[in-house]
Design a protein. Sequence first.
Length: 389
Amino acid sequence: MIDTETPIAIIGGGIGGLVAGIALQKAGFSPHIYERASKFDEVGAGISMSPNATLGLEALGFGDYLTAHANEPLEQRLYHGETGELLQAIDRRNCRDTYHAAYYQLHRADLLNMLIDKFGLANCTMDKSLTSIESADTGARLNFEDGTTVQTAVVIAADGLRSIVRDQLFDNSPPEFSGHVAWRALVPAEKLGPLSVERWNINHLGKGRNIVSYPVRGEALVNIVALTKADQWAEESWNAKASKEELAQHYQGWADYVGQLIDALPADQLYRWGLFIRKPLDKWVNGRTALLGDAAHPMLPYMGQGASSAIEDGVILGRAFAAADTIDTALKIYADTRRERASLLQSESNLGGERLQAINPDAFRDTPIKNEDALGIFAYDPVTVALAI
């Protein structure tokens, strides 16, 4: 058995880093998170939590919280962007029976607060921006912007798409702009009609763009995500405020419901960012350092698996450390168990936008779509899947 007093540093206090930390705590360890932000804020908008991720969260003790704070959509509805015609309705009422867990939608901040409360703020050091890492077979040295250093036995790098750890130890090729742009906002439901708070995920489709809405926090807020295309991304910031007039230009002539969504957007709370991709990695472990979540396998959002795959990573990591006799074996089990699955999610998610936005919406009337069900994505259970031992 691995000594549970082994120091484990997690770089990044996002969803993946927190789930990894909680899973390691469940296995008896005491990991510590180093987060570059000065505090955990109520950031982000809505997030989808598919059954494969729900199973992992329930195993960590969050079943009751999700039931109380998340919405459970009954259907995913695909509409013709211009005419507003219903093209397909994907039934989600049977998720619990089919996949043994619910499909949830919730506010990202609610999910983060749940994870932070469980992991413990005392186990986090904030305002710690990593500048470099020195990794060896016996541990790693972390160097931070404030001049401090930390020596640790294990590093789990959950520091996102632009991971410093990935760049320095695994692959320094820069992220590439995918040609896709995301726009996000939360709108008070009172500004919209009753359709916006139905227990549906509503997706209006057109060539080269689509726009999704669904309620979060019960019926208090409506999450809006628009996805468009661009030839290039010139913003210095990955996340920039945008005007709803600019967004409206992409959806001129679309269904009345789409116009209502855009009209209701807060003037100063619409955000836009370019979506970037990185190539799949064959190697996730270097010495005593392992990548997790977007640092290992960033993906486009078209199948809603970015956060879900990071949750899967974290659960498997905890299981690997509980099962292994040595640190090196644990990291190998983790990487070998996750690599094929994560590469599938990454490749299919990156193709998903082209499939969704390249097809004439009329084709969806009679054509089954290549979605998460058809690909078997929801059927994965990170709690019971066989470890690569």
